[in-house]
Design a protein around this ligand. Structure first.
Ligand code: CP
Ligand code: NVA
Length: 301
């Protein structure tokens, strides 16, 4: 069964899905295309945006979503992922999961008879990347020839952006401290996509270099869910990578600031930037729902 675990799973259809998302947002879609369909939503980690956007999105498409906390599921007590996948497949039309381990989601998808959609793992956050690209198109007009710089931790959000940016004709730079680079295999794949599409991917600990000719400055928390034990060290290591007004001044005039949220003002970004005129964070959050409605239509219809 086709599933969305990585941006690579929709490599050929990214533009189609984003075009569909724009149409859905503009109201140019049939009414309730997912009438009678049900989505199970498994959460092993906290969520505001992902949970709400999938739940409201399913409702608006005419279907329904069922929230399943992993604490309440038998899976949380050790029921095998195999049995969970097989049983859920008998009840629902799709499974959305936010998981601690990417490999667990791969196992779930392998045994599921319905599509599995990742709502974040330790490796990727593909739905976030789709919403981000929808937001960039709305604010910058197009992706082609534009450059995004991810500043901070080479984490799940960064990994998915690395894969999606070249597929849409964007250059991408990552500015991160040594030791916090993006996943190596993903970086390699992203560079392949970049060479296929004539774009460029660079990773550097030199913020000035990474921010040359940048149209989008993106950051995320220094301490992701699951990294809490390293919090003190991370705060020291990432301090020079805070997105503040000085750093923003290195980007192009008219550059936008993005953050997947939740954010910690005063750590990875100053309130001057995240609450300032260049920030598009609430459009970005809203677009989670429009992009995911397109994903749900694509996989469940
Ligand atoms: N950006 C994002 O995934 O937010 P939540 O953790 O609130 O779902
Ligand atoms: N990198 C963050 C993203 C949260 C949406 C985390 O994994 O916690």
């Amino acid at each position: 069964m086709d599933s969305l675990l990585s941006v690579s799973d929709i490599k050929e259809d990214v533009k189609y899905i984003l075009d569909l998302a724009s149409k859905i947002k503009a109201g140019e879609m049939e009414e309730k295309p997912l009438e009678g369909k049900t989505l199970a939503m498994i959460f092993q980690k906290s969520s505001t945006r992902t949970r709400l956007s999938f739940d409201v999105g399913m409702y608006q498409l005419g279907g329904r979503a069922i929230f399943l906390s992993s604490n309440d599921l038998q899976m949380g007590r050790g029921e095998p992922i195999l049995d969970t996948a097989k049983v859920l497949s008998r009840f629902v039309d799709g499974i959305m999961i936010r998981a601690i381990k990417h490999s667990d989601v791969e196992e779930l998808a392998e045994h599921s008879d319905v599509p599995v959609i990742s709502g974040l793992t330790d490796l990727e956050h593909p739905c976030q990347a789709l919403a981000d690209m929808l937001t960039i198109k709305e604010h910058l007009g197009d992706w082609e020839g534009k450059k995004i710089c991810f500043v901070g931790d080479g984490n799940n959000v960064c990994n998915s952006l690395l894969l999606i940016a070249p597929l849409l004709g964007m250059d991408m730079s990552v500015a991160c401290p040594k030791g916090y680079e993006p996943n190596e295999a993903i970086l390699e794949t992203a560079k392949e996509y970049a060479s296929e599409n004539g774009t460029e991917i660079t990773v550097s600990d030199d913020i000035g270099v990474a921010l040359e000719n940048v149209d989008v400055v993106y950051t995320d928390v220094w301490v992701s869910m699951g990294d809490e034990a390293e919090a003190a060290q991370r705060k020291l290591d990432f301090a020079p990578f805070q997105v503040n007004a000085d750093l923003m001044s290195l980007a192009n005039d008219g550059a936008i600031f993005m953050h997947c949220l939740p954010a910690i003002r005063g750590q990875e970004v100053t309130s001057e930037v995240i609450d300032g005129p260049q920030s598009v964070i609430y459009d970005e959050a809203e677009n989670r729902m429009h992009a995911q409605k397109a994903v749900l239509y694509y996989y469940l219809k």
